[in-house]
Ligand binder design. Structure first.
Ligand SMILES: *Cc1c(COP(=O)(O)O)cnc(C)c1O
Length: 434
């Protein structure tokens, strides 16, 4: 069993907490850069390899900028993600637009910014042409249907997923796009989420590469890139074995040599759209124990709640917790670690064996750097937390302030009945932050 070690010391964290009150999400610049470099190393064999970070996992421009400096692009799926990526400075083909059920305005913005569009459905060809126009380069999202299995283990159920085109449709889509003047093509598929096996990408690559060869033979299309999308997971549990990215890159290389090279497609670029793998372990939710409750169970009440990190509440997801400063103390207390929502599912951990927790202890909730803050919400009038970046030089920088009541009330600003009154309430009654 491996140990999960926080990327920050207790002393450093106390220094940060003195300046920025809990709860907050903390990100590790060193870890983010290390992960990006490892990914580029794993795919160094492929000329033109590019990671398009899935913005939805951690939509913060400061973090996007770090990834940009490491050579990554941005994978967007909405209007606002496009705006953010554009503001950070990603240009044209540095942005992949992998959306579904796409509104007209989103396609229009994608065309205005001239980003690479990845079409989710065959009917989107006509839709895109109607609301904007068809660019020179188009990618199509593929869904093989059925079950996706690795060595008889069913990983996921693409036949049930709303994404992508069927086999027949993607061939037809390429033909139609060729007729409309498209010159360069891409292919994309996302078949399983949060995989912790080195076989996912190679297996996915095998499926996509075979279809790519078929597409080239049947339509004559020039396939410029194949996008393996997201899905490489992280070991949320200490007893799980982490993915070995170098083994994954090597696995994809072998399939590439086996299928694409003999078909005369040795120039195809490999793209990825990883979110979780890039950021999850490089971010944590930091919260303070503010209550102890002894009823039928032992509870620790925190100043963060599911509104800051939703995965445990909605998926029953495991997130490891380190009680700062008690890393070596025996885990001889069984706790439910809860937030303050009026929802019994608002628990970061259930029946978790931890060291004895005292009020004021700082809890470091691991692997919250992707799909963490991003999935936050305002239920119960809870406010979103700040995001803090632990920079390479050891200093902490606020990269998003915490919401205030004024933010929560801001969408009433149209209303003369309540807008002004709520703004005044928020301004007057707001407790001074320490
Ligand atoms: C969510 C998503 C990703 C990222 O998935 P991870 O599991 O975070 O790696 C990539 N591409 C698309 C189209 C997605 O929807």
């Amino acid at each position: 069993m491996s140990q999960k070690i926080p990327f920050v010391t207790k002393e450093k964290l106390e220094e940060i907490v003195a300046k920025y009150p809990t709860p907050f999400h903390l990100y590790d610049e060193t870890g983010i850069r290390r992960t990006a470099r490892l990914l580029y190393k794993a795919f160094a064999w492929n000329k033109g390899f590019k990671e398009y970070f899935a913005v939805k996992a951690t939509p913060n421009p400061y973090l996007l900028q770090i990834l940009r400096e490491e050579g990554c692009g941005a994978d967007c799926s909405s209007y606002t993600e496009l705006l953010m990526s554009d503001a950070v400075g990603f240009k044209e083909s540095e942005i992949m637009f992998s959306s579904n059920a796409t509104p007209a305005e989103d396609f229009q913005l994608a065309r205005k910014l001239n980003v690479t569009i990845n079409l989710d459905d065959i009917t989107h060809i006509d839709f895109l042409e109607k609301v904007a126009d068809i660019p020179d380069t188009v990618s199509c999202r593929y869904n093989p249907g059925g079950h996706f299995a690795i060595a008889n283990n069913i990983m996921d159920n693409p036949g049930d997923a709303k994404y992508g085109m069927t086999h027949e449709q993607i061939i037809e889509a390429y033909k139609r796009l060729l007729a409309k003047g498209v010159k360069h093509f891409g292919m994309h598929a996302f078949l399983a989420s949060n995989t912790v096996t080195n076989d996912y990408y190679p297996e996915l690559a095998r499926i996509l590469f075979k279809v790519a060869v078929e597409l080239k033979e049947k339509t004559g299309a020039h396939i410029e890139f194949i996008n393996l999308s997201g899905g490489i997971g992280v070991a949320y549990r200490p007893e799980q074995q982490d993915n070995d990215l170098l083994a994954i890159g090597e696995g994809v290389r072998r399939v590439y040599e086996e299928i694409l090279v003999p078909a005369g497609m040795g120039d195809v670029k490999i793209f990825t759209e990883l979110g979780r793998f890039m950021l999850a372990p490089n971010g944590a939710l930091v919260t303070k124990a503010i209550h102890q409750k002894h009823t039928y169970k032992e509870y620790i009440g925190c100043d963060a709640c599911a509104a800051n990190l939703m995965r445990p509440a909605i998926y029953g997801a495991y997130h490891h917790i380190t009680v700062m400063g008690k890393e070596n103390a025996p885990c001889d207390h069984k706790y439910d670690v809860t937030g303050g929502l009026c929802e019994n599912s608002d628990k970061f951990a259930i029946d978790r064996m931890l060291p004895e927790i005292e009020i004021g202890d700082l809890l470091f909730i691991h692997d919250a750097g992707a799909h963490g803050f991003a999935m936050g919400y305002n239920y119960n009038g809870k406010l979103r937390s700040a995001e803090i970046l632990l920079q390479e030089d050891g200093s902490a920088k606020m990269i998003r302030r915490a919401e205030t009541p004024a933010d929560y009330f801001a969408t009433f600003d149209f209303s003369s009945e309540y807008g002004a009154k709520l703004a005044e309430e928020a301004a007057v009654k707001m407790p001074a932050s320490k």
